[in-house]
Design a protein around this ligand. Structure first.
Ligand SMILES: Nc1nc2c(ncn2[C@@H]2O[C@H](COP(=O)(O)OP(=O)(O)OP(=O)(O)O)[C@@H](O)[C@H]2O)c(=O)[nH]1
Ligand SMILES: [Mg+2]
Length: 166
């Protein structure tokens, strides 16, 4: 991993941020509820409350200054999204949309992807599962990239059911 590159994970309570953090770092431990910012290697894991409550947006903004990439997580098993339209455009950071829990029986991947695309109008959307490992290698690759063009180039051989670029 390029040492300078770091990713902040944001998304609703229970979206799977900590489980994804552990999976990306190959830590075989179960996630517990996140109460505060967690710096884990090249990942900054945040409590879901930071994204769910606009009162915490200033914390997200401040923490974003410390990272190169922001991962916007949408739970595929949830009908609702908590991201305002165009949310990623408010950050001067490389965005990665992440649909989580693609393995779940109740996952609605198409719907989650469409919702996430409204929040993340530009950049890759990666369909992931921390259970099967789908999309994890792609996220690690994307966080090594330093521009949208580089991310697009890095993903050009990846099937469209794992990464959607815009
Ligand atoms: N099926 C399935 N379940 C998952 C996956 N990722 C997370 N979960 C489950 O979703 C629940 C919440 O996961 P967490 O990783 O704690 O969610 P979080 O986003 O960190 O939640 P907060 O820390 O409260 O903001 C747990 O019961 C996980 O086991 C996945 O890829 N597939
Ligand atoms: Mg957590």
């Amino acid at each position: 991993m390029t040492k300078a590159n770091r990713a902040m994970l944001i998304g609703s309570i229970g979206a799977g941020k900590s489980t994804l953090t552990n999976a990306l770092l190959e830590r075989k431990i179960a996630a517990v509820k996140t109460q505060s910012l967690q710096y884990q290697d090249w990942i900054v894991d945040t409590p879901g409350e930071y994204t769910e409550n606009p009162l915490f947006y200033k914390n997200i903004m401040a923490t974003a200054l410390e990272v190169t990439h922001i991962l916007f997580l949408q739970d595929a098993t949830k009908q609702k999204t908590i991201f305002p339209p165009g949310f990623s455009m408010g950050f001067n950071k490389l965005p990665i949309g992440v649909v989580t829990k693609s393995d779940a029986a109740t996952a609605h991947i198409k719907q989650a992807t469409a919702q996430l695309r409204r929040a993340v109008p530009k950049g890759p959307i990666v369909i992931t599962s921390s259970v099967t490992g789908q999309g994890l290698a792609e996220i690690r690759e994307l966080v090594k990239c330093s521009s949208l063009e580089e991310m697009q180039e890095a993903m050009k051989a990846v099937p469209g059911d794992v990464v959607i670029f815009h």
